[in-house]
Design a binder for this molecule. Structure first.
Ligand code: SF4
Length: 349
């Protein structure tokens, strides 16, 4: 069975399900056991739904096998509406290289429900860039993207037949809306002259509130902003100090309320932390989340803390233990927002 809708081709064949964009690029493949999602940068993520959604990023050899299997099935279906791509693996490598050139590098991260956005980088990096657990933008200076106009045109060409498969525009990187508002609004207007989709973006709740007022947020809503994602991580000042996250809870609450009042939804990210900070983290964070006026259009993401070398070292020198068998913070959260897991491993564009 073949269906083509909104820039996506879906094929069901002998218990296997294939989905690709109208430019021929693999999106999903279900072989009857596993689901494989291909990111635009050509990572293939194997998802095992039967065992609590276990996730594995395939190595190059495994990736080649799966991609070739996908295009072999496709090429053997006698249906003129389906693209015929001879060397699928090579084709996808070339496609990801094209994208890498357009963006001048990789895309560090997107929220879990934004994999299928059109990522448009209007800024590089993060204005803070000092959190001890985060190495996403370490070598990048926070700056506006001088190549924006050219990138928009190239992206328009890249998604020539499959633009409809993109479910919105994600403005990158870590804090696109924190820049000078004249630059921001001009960039959004430029983007809107090419693409007609809702907007999404990360923000922080300590640098952005300094230069983003209620009128700015209303204007963003007017442009079609649907959701702003904020990394709260914790409402415990002990934890925030350990993370070197310069966040004030009163300012955060006011900023969240202002975003909600403007009619934009919130995606709030908190961490699942174990060990010696657990008690303070769970008590303070669950209390703070409960006090927020979140509703069913908002999403609370729970992201497992995966300490890298630097954080483990920082913990060691500060006498903090990051291991423990405690229950997930999810068990203590009371909110009207939807609650979802944020697996950073899967957050690939
Ligand atoms: S504010 Fe966000 S992006 Fe910036 S360093 Fe902290 S966690 Fe990383």
């Amino acid at each position: 069975m073949i269906s083509i809708s909104r820039g996506i081709i879906r094929v069901e064949n002998s218990g296997k399900i294939l989905s690709l964009d109208a430019d021929g690029r693999m999106i999903y493949y279900n072989d009857g056991i596993y689901t494989y999602r291909r990111s635009l940068m050509n990572d293939v993520i194997r998802i095992n739904q039967r065992h609590g959604r276990r996730v594995k990023i395939l190595n190059n050899n495994e990736k080649r096998i799966i991609i070739n299997e996908f295009y072999d099935i496709l090429n053997n279906i006698n249906e003129p509406s389906l693209p015929k791509i001879n060397d699928g693996y090579k084709f996808l490598i070339n496609e990801s290289m094209r994208l890498l050139n357009i963006y001048h590098g990789t895309i560090p991260i997107v929220p879990p429900d934004r994999y299928h956005s059109l990522y448009i980088r209007i800024t590089y990096g993060c204005p803070w860039n000092k959190c001890t657990f985060c190495s996403l933008y370490k070598n990048i200076n926070y700056n506006i993207n001088r190549y924006l106009d050219a990138e928009i045109e190239m992206l328009n060409d890249y998604f020539k037949r499959s633009l409809e498969s993109r479910t919105g525009i994600f403005l990158g990187d870590a804090n696109a809306i924190g820049i000078n508002k004249n630059v921001l609004f001009k960039s959004i207007e430029k983007i809107k002259s090419y693409f007609n989709m809702p907007f999404y973006s990360f923000s922080d709740s300590f640098t952005s509130p300094l230069n983003t007022n209620n009128d700015d947020l209303l204007r963003l809503k007017g442009y079609g902003f649907k959701m702003i994602y904020i990394g709260l991580e914790s409402a415990s000042y002990k934890v925030l100090k350990f993370f070197n996250k310069s966040l004030n809870l009163d300012v955060t609450e006011k900023y969240i309320n202002a975003i909600k009042d403007a009619g934009i939804n919130i995606g709030l990210i908190i961490m699942d932390i174990k060990g010696s900070l657990y008690k303070s983290h769970v008590n303070e964070t669950s209390k703070f989340i409960k006090s927020l006026n979140l509703d069913k259009n908002d999403i609370l993401y729970i992201s497992k803390l995966i300490p890298g070398f630097e954080l483990r070292e920082h913990a060691y020198y500060n006498g903090i233990d990051l291991k423990g068998n405690q229950k997930s913070i999810e068990n203590f959260i009371e909110t009207n927002a939807r609650v979802s897991k944020y697996n950073i491993k899967e957050a690939l564009y």
